[in-house]
Design a protein around this ligand. Sequence first.
Ligand SMILES: Nc1ncnc2c1ncn2[C@@H]1O[C@H](COP(=O)(O)OP(=O)(O)O)[C@@H](O)[C@H]1O
Ligand SMILES: Cc1cn([C@H]2C[C@H](O)[C@@H](COP(=O)(O)OP(=O)(O)O)O2)c(=O)[nH]c1=O
Length: 693
Amino acid sequence: MTRTGATRPHPAAPPGVSSLSSIRPFRRLWIALSVSGLGHWLSVPALTAMAATLTRGDDAAARAQAVGGVLVALLVPAVLLAPLAGAALSRLDRRLTLLVADALRFLIVLSVPLLDALPWTFAAAFLVACVSVAWSAVAATAPAGLVPAELRPAARRSAARAMCWPAPVAAVVFAFVALIAKGAFGEGDRADLALYVTAGVFLAATAGVAALGEVPGSEPVETFSPVKTLFQGPRVPGVRGLGLAVVGVALAAGAVVAVARVHTGHLGGGDAGYGAVLTGLTSGLGFGLFLGPRVLGPFSRRRLLGLAVIAAALALVVVSLVQNLVVVAFVTAFLGVAAGAAWSTASAVLAGDEPSDEPSDDPAQNRPDAFPRSVALVTALVVAAAVPPLAGVIGSRHYDLGDGDYDFQGTGAAMLIAGLLALLAGLVAFRRLDDRHGIPLVADLRAALQGRVYTPPEQAAPEDRRVARRERGVFIAFEGGEGAGKTTQARLAAIWLRDHGYDVVATQEPGATKIGMRLRAMLLDRETTGLSSRAESLLYAADRADHVANVIRPAMERGSIVVSDRYVDSSLAYQGYGREQPVEDIARVNDWATGGLIPDLTVLLEVPPRTGLGRLSAPADRIESEPDEFHERVRAGFHALAEAEPERYLVLDASRPQGELSREIQYRIREILPDPIPAGTEDVTSTFPIITD
Ligand SMILES: Nc1ncnc2c1ncn2[C@@H]1O[C@H](COP(=O)(O)OP(=O)(O)O)[C@@H](O)[C@H]1O
Ligand SMILES: Cc1cn([C@H]2C[C@H](O)[C@@H](COP(=O)(O)OP(=O)(O)O)O2)c(=O)[nH]c1=O
């Protein structure tokens, strides 16, 4: 609704604090954690490469097993020791723990090239991993202790990012160090250099943490037992096939990592090639995690999850068969994208189905991703333990193909087997996860690409179809974040249309009907606390159902032009993207509520949330009071919706002057007005519309 007056600060922001990055101690800790994270991720290729270097004289099977052994040593503590760490760490000083963790890892990693022995490399990997378990548990919670309570959830998410983003950077650094080592020494791979660099990074992280002030321990350090969580099953038991999907993804990504060092050696790549493959995998993973459920907005997330697992498995099959290192690196990147997308889609499926019950004492019960994490960790451990020996047992095969030879190595064969198993897991998971039984996949995908939810013709309600045929009016919706200028522009458009003789019904959501006004009061009143996201979505949908049935549809049938301030896209953006609920579920509920009525044109007014919120003068309502991150997600949601269906949207930069905006809107509306005389307008309003400039 239009509110005029002076600007005001966003209510969610504590005085003087606009964002996490403006809190200096937080920023410094975040940087220190990112440096530690870089060391953490560098230690994986550096230690595995060291194992490969130390077994250089042995056969490929021994080398594969040495690399696999290091990976097992790196994974065992996370699977077995994590549950012991939580309680003990809560009592320790956070800054000191982080400092000691970085210093210890510096010393251990430094000792590996100095001692230059395989057994110590295994032991060092195990010790580094033990320290990393403690480090990551503390690092996940420490930054939240430095920010006001409102920003803690964002600080936790930001800490998780600080630990993850260095992974692709570490892979690139490793590849570069390997190239430099080769160039400078010209005597094969020198993993010791990568280890010195890793030790140096840990030393820098130690210095970074030492320079920090106090890190209060206001957040509990929570760890959970992956093995116990595995046996407990997912927190949401209804998600059949989810565990299998995660097994498929972890199998595909894990198998590449388990044999990559030795396999790239066969392909003539050495450590640099290994680094290139890891770069492909980790950057693909990052991109896939970001993309995840953002691709194909209206498509079923469960179907998307199944498809992503199948794609990752097929990529592994290709990687196993191709003998060219560059192609292997690219296809591995694709595998990473599919695996990352599967992971974030699985998290979204779990978060969307989250029961909103009381927090439990068991940390695993409070984390929706505890189950997939546990499945992934345990699968990765099994893969690291089983795939390299399998490669050794199979050994290499030489095929004479007449016009060329084909060497099929044990590593390729082991990846092929893992890929086929992952494919099987993906296919079964797809079947189990499928929540759109009987809906053809291709039609569903095609509709999703056009930004729609596919509804088979026989499922559309007969009455809705009858009404749809009779509709003669035009429906225009105005969408955007808070204070974008929707009300202003909707009003200007309605005036302009009326001036040109059209019968216009100007309306808004929520609260256009009597019932709607009561729902609006419930939805926007700040006194309404504890309303679950699902209930909120249904209340908006109920308001909309009443709005369509009593205002919009009758007006459309009369041939009027309906101009609505907000419609379904608001729910997709706020309740879907903002509340992080599955967008396709919100779309389905609203499709039913509205009988499938979609606007002929949606004007999306885009403005940064802070600017829009700053324009409002009345006290913030319940939704406006949400934190910045919420409004950012809403904005991104609107953006994604408009991108998915460009022909229905007019997207405008709402920071432009009002007059300019309304002129552009008029231009676009003119394109969709019934030509030359709106059908039905004459018999209802007895006016002849004349369109002039
Ligand atoms: N393009 C614009 N530039 C600057 N201020 C604007 C613009 N459009 C609207 N406003 C002002 O912003 C405030 C909110 O506008 P309103 O139309 O109520 O937004 P919404 O309905 O999207 O919340 C009002 O004070 C309005 O005058
Ligand atoms: C229609 C709709 C609105 N909302 C929210 C957005 C707004 O914060 C609030 C509507 O309040 P209102 O004051 O009408 O918003 P605005 O002036 O920004 O148009 O309800 C949803 O979350 N979902 C929906 O489906």
